[in-house]
Design a protein around this ligand. Structure first.
Ligand code: AMP
Length: 260
């Protein structure tokens, strides 16, 4: 299970499922410089190796893999894995090069660890789509499991970046998950018009005036092409920029958020 550390309840949930599934469990902690753009939070991304190791031990991980950047990217490592169109929209449009960085590091980690299965969180829904695409397109011999998002009591998806938020931003940040729930309610009442569902999300996000909406998307769950009508599996995603942190959240439709 690949992580960037600063481990929390979301990671814990993935580790527990993986532990119950697998005879041996490897977790990596690597803050991957190549998936951060210039001016992003690579330098200040929270790092706490001791706490991470304790949590990994506590969850019964067999091997904690904390590689150096040199171990992942040896001298003259120039190969990049480009997942194509699924990596260029949404987060990929907001953060150019991000998914090339993600796809490359995950491919290297798969090469080094050679797992039978790998576990990812639905929280980073586009990342899961990208990884599934890379595994399919490159015929990598690994099974991908995507597990449900762990949330705070008010619905905010647990994230290492939530600690950047000040109290008022933190209060308003719950609007992201409320927006997804409002959209899911409209969907369950039979609304299938994608623009109407996007408007429902935007309406709820107005409850977070400190947040500037980066995107509100309702896209095909596999290709991430924006939909006109929701008539096949879809992924609703949001990105909101608060002064102290940029937050993302997502929800699969119909409710396919389950181990698969
Ligand atoms: P990160 O350390 O942020 O790269 O996350 C490592 C893995 O944990 C990724 O597959 C994330 O999607 C997953 N993850 C992060 N936060 C959560 C959460 N709140 N619920 C479920 N999975 C999560």
């Amino acid at each position: 299970m690949p992580t960037m550390g600063a481990l929390h309840a979301g990671h814990r949930s993935l580790l527990r499922t993986a532990r119950a599934d697998a005879p041996s469990l490897v977790a990596s902690v690597f803050v991957n410089p190549r998936q951060f753009g210039a001016g992003e939070d690579f330098e200040r991304y929270p790092r706490d190796e001791q706490a991470d190791l304790e949590l990994l031990r506590d969850e019964g991980v067999d091997l904690a893999f904390l590689p150096s950047a040199d171990a992942i990217y040896p001298l003259r490592a120039e190969t990049r894995v480009d997942p194509g169109s699924v990596g260029r929209v949404l987060e990929g449009a907001a953060r150019p090069g991000h998914f090339v960085g993600v796809a490359t590091v995950v491919t290297v980690l798969f090469g080094l660890v050679a797992p039978t299965r790998a576990y990812f969180g639905q929280k980073d829904g586009q990342q899961a789509v990208v990884i599934r695409r890379v595994v399919r397109d490159l015929a990598l011999p690994v099974e991908i499991r995507v597990l449900p998002t762990v949330r705070e009591p008010d619905g905010l998806a647990v994230s290492s970046r939530n600690r950047y938020l000040n109290p008022e931003e933190r209060r308003q940040a719950a609007a992201l998950s409320r927006a997804l729930s409002a959209m899911a309610d409209a969907y369950s009442r039979g609304e299938r018009d994608a623009d109407a569902l996007r408007s429902t999300m935007r309406g709820t996000l107005r409850e977070a005036p400190l947040g500037e909406v980066d995107y509100v998307s309702l896209a095909d769950a596999e290709t991430l092409e924006e939909l006109v009508t929701v008539e096949r599996p879809a992924l609703a995603s949001l990105a909101v920029r608060f002064p102290s942190a940029r937050l993302i959240d997502c929800m699969p439709l119909p409710d396919t958020e389950r181990a698969s």
